[in-house]
Write a protein that binds this ligand. Structure first.
Ligand SMILES: [Zn+2]
Length: 91
């Protein structure tokens, strides 16, 4: 079976330099802290399209460093406050 790869580079378009587009979709339960795997509440956008996600605990732990290297930090920890309170003393 032959496999031919067609590289079409003729139509390469040079886009004018624009503001970097930052995706700011809300974090979901599927987004996990890169440090511990807990649900992520903070999404840090780094140069070169790298991204990091942090739970509230790990973001607090490294907040200064994260803010220093990130282009943009989307902090959704406020959503934690809106979560329905857990009933105490539940087994
Ligand atoms: Zn974590």
């Amino acid at each position: 079976m032959s496999y031919t790869e067609t590289m079409n580079v003729e139509a390469e378009v040079e886009a004018p330099l624009a503001e970097p587009v930052i995706r700011t979709e809300d974090l979901t339960a599927l987004d996990r802290c890169d440090q511990c795997g807990a649900q992520a509440w903070v999404h840090a956008f780094l140069p070169e399209e790298r991204e990091l996600m942090f739970c509230a605990h790990h973001f607090r732990k490294g907040e200064d460093k994260i803010r220093a290297i990130a282009d943009f930090v989307k902090d959704e920890r406020w959503r934690l406050l809106e979560a329905p309170p857990r009933t105490q003393g539940e087994d």
